[in-house]
Design a protein around this ligand. Structure first.
Ligand code: PEP
Length: 258
């Protein structure tokens, strides 16, 4: 099964991180929409801060853009100050959630185990999960990238069923490429995405062939087409370049024409 048989459309997901107020979110979406009007070759997701969800969901209503959150807690409710549940997100119009982003792992102590708990809770709560994995520079230079990615992926997917896998997107995000302007070469990115495809297929059979695998790490309008042309790269998770409508629209256009 090749890429075109697997997925008709690429997926372009923006991760705003801790940027934009609700008013800025509304303005951004109003300005992005006319720029991508005639492009239907890519599914578009905006992963916005919790406080922007309401405004962003209203602004994308009736358009093809979907809203994602940037994290979710693993309990259904309870004494977890500062956390947000899957049901809360769903009720606000969220369809996707990023789980295991390297900034959550690095700054907020998330582990492969909590990533697994969050992913399972999100799936149980009806959300689609964008599950992030990827190595840091020391791990790459030590030659353990494949082992690390394998461990992260398989731990995060423990207990995730084949049916649930249909609502999982994997994002391969080398930490050394995130927010650094230093993109992985398309060969490096394809190599890890192909490994992920192989691991998914070993665990889930044919279902693993259908899972979308994104690349993330300083993707921009100039390098998107090359990265997205690779067999196992089904889209991008985009941080910095998703903050400006023109840059994000250019990436969506690049994806829509591949
Ligand atoms: C990200 O936040 O997931 C990301 C890939 O960021 P950037 O595009 O800025 O490297």
């Amino acid at each position: 099964m090749n890429n075109s048989e697997r997925r008709r459309k690429k997926i372009i997901a923006g991760n705003w991180k801790m940027n934009k107020t609700p008013a800025q979110a509304t303005l951004y979406i109003g300005s992005l929409l006319p720029k991508i009007e005639n492009i239907d070759g890519a599914d578009i997701i905006l992963c916005v801060p919790f406080t922007d969800i309401h405004a962003a969901a209203a602004a994308v209503s009736g358009t093809p853009i979907k809203i994602g959150a940037q994290n979710v807690h693993y309990a259904e409710a309870g004494a977890y100050t500062g956390e947000i549940s899957a049901a809360m997100l769903r009720e606000c119009g969220v369809e996707y959630v990023v789980v295991g982003h390297s900034e959550r792992r690095g700054y907020f102590g998330e582990t492969d185990v909590t990533v697994n708990l969050r992913a399972r809770a999100a799936l149980k709560g009806g959300l689609k999960v964008i599950l992030c994995v990827g190595e840091d520079i020391d791990e790459r230079e030590s030659g353990i990238t494949d082992e690390l990615v394998t461990m992260q992926l398989y731990t995060a997917l423990l207990g995730v069923t084949k049916d649930e896998l249909e609502r999982v997107i994997i994002a391969y995000e080398p930490i050394w490429a995130i927010g650094t302007g230093k993109t992985a070469t398309s060969e490096q990115a394809e190599c890890e995405c192909a490994l992920i495809r192989d691991l998914l297929t070993k665990k889930y059979g044919e279902a693993g062939q259908k899972t979308a695998i994104l690349y993330g790490g300083s993707m921009n309008a100039s390098n998107a087409a090359e990265l997205l042309s690779k067999e196992n790269i089904d889209g991008g998770l985009i941080g910095g370049a998703s903050l400006k409508e023109d840059d994000f629209a250019a990436i969506i256009k690049a994806a829509g024409t591949i």
